[in-house]
Design a binder for this molecule. Structure first.
Ligand code: 2AM
Ligand code: CA
Ligand code: CA
Ligand code: CA
Length: 273
């Protein structure tokens, strides 16, 4: 079946605009907060409502497409064949709950495992980051310039402080050396926003040992369109079928980060949280 990519893009934009309006207009309404894998892993009724809104509409318009999303009720993907919409309805739920800002809707559209379009909507700033594979990346209507080379001493790197304490995944000693080497570190609490910050050169890398496909699907397309690199922390390809560690980086510092500062602890298996 020949896909109408213009129609897919337009449809995605309409859903994103409507979802954003919905979130903004109900921002200070009372929300129901539940926990998932642990007491700090939050989900609200809004995360679920927004995902339902997307999935019901996509299913009606494109019944032959597959759906993958954080809040369940998607399709059980056995392979990457066909068109797959990958949604994180609210990325940065803790920020959404505590701060009412610094969260995003993340939507990646893949065809046979290859990222075709990535949308990351920073709801409160009204900033839509969009990339279409091979055709450039945009922040609202403005074309984003490709990334320039940098040196590690002048880099800003996003990493959650939890990984600088002793943990199951990464050598916190090596990461400590990195923090001393670079110009500054940041942690924003939304993987999608951290990825577009790398894509736009506001920061130069983002290091995290555990993400799911809906966290990185859209960001990967945007980052790669601007010349950045997005792999696992072992420099492997990311797959939309697997959880994994993620290194998002300006290409000029990626090898140095992997070689000198990122060390997986020996018995850690990729994707096992
Ligand atoms: P979420 O808000 O959609 O859950 C927080 O540092 C970032 O990591 C967010 O983008 C968050 O996405 C993501 N994340 C992935 N797995 C997580 C987990 N188990 N607990 C908390 N945040 C997680
Ligand atoms: Ca979550
Ligand atoms: Ca997420
Ligand atoms: Ca989420």
């Amino acid at each position: 079946m020949k896909e109408d990519w213009k129609k897919i893009e337009q449809f995605a934009r309409t859903l994103l605009i409507n979802a954003t309006k919905n979130i903004k207009s109900s921002l200070y309404d009372s929300i129901t907060i539940n926990t998932k894998s642990n007491e700090n892993d939050l989900v609200t009724n809004k995360d679920e409502e927004i995902q339902r809104y997307f999935f019901e509409n996509i299913k009606t318009e494109f019944p032959h497409h597959s759906l993958l999303g954080e809040e369940g009720k998607g399709d059980e993907l056995k392979n990457v064949n066909g068109i797959v919409w990958i949604l994180d309805p609210i990325d940065g739920t803790m920020n959404f709950v505590h701060q009412k800002r610094n969260f995003a809707i993340s939507l990646g559209i893949y065809e046979n495992g290859i990222g075709k379009m990535g949308f990351i909507f920073d709801v409160i700033h009204n900033e839509l980051y969009f990339a279409k594979r091979g055709e450039g990346a945009y922040l609202n209507d403005q074309k984003i310039s490709p990334l320039k080379n940098i040196v590690l001493e002048e880099a800003i790197v996003a990493v959650n402080a939890i990984w600088l304490t002793k943990n199951r995944y990464l050598s916190h000693e090596k990461l400590g050396l990195l923090i001393k080497k670079i110009r500054g570190s940041r942690s924003y609490g939304s993987a999608a926003l951290e990825m577009v910050y790398v894509a736009t050169g506001r920061i130069d890398a983002y290091i995290t040992p555990r993400l799911s496909p809906w966290d990185f699907a859209a960001g990967k397309i945007i980052v790669e369109e601007l010349g950045g690199i997005c792999t696992t922390l072992k420099n492997e390809e990311l797959s939309i079928l697997k959880n994994s560690s993620v290194l998002v980086s300006n290409a000029s510092i990626q090898n140095e980060l992997l070689t000198n500062y990122i060390e997986f602890l020996p018995d850690q298996k990729e994707g096992k949280f």
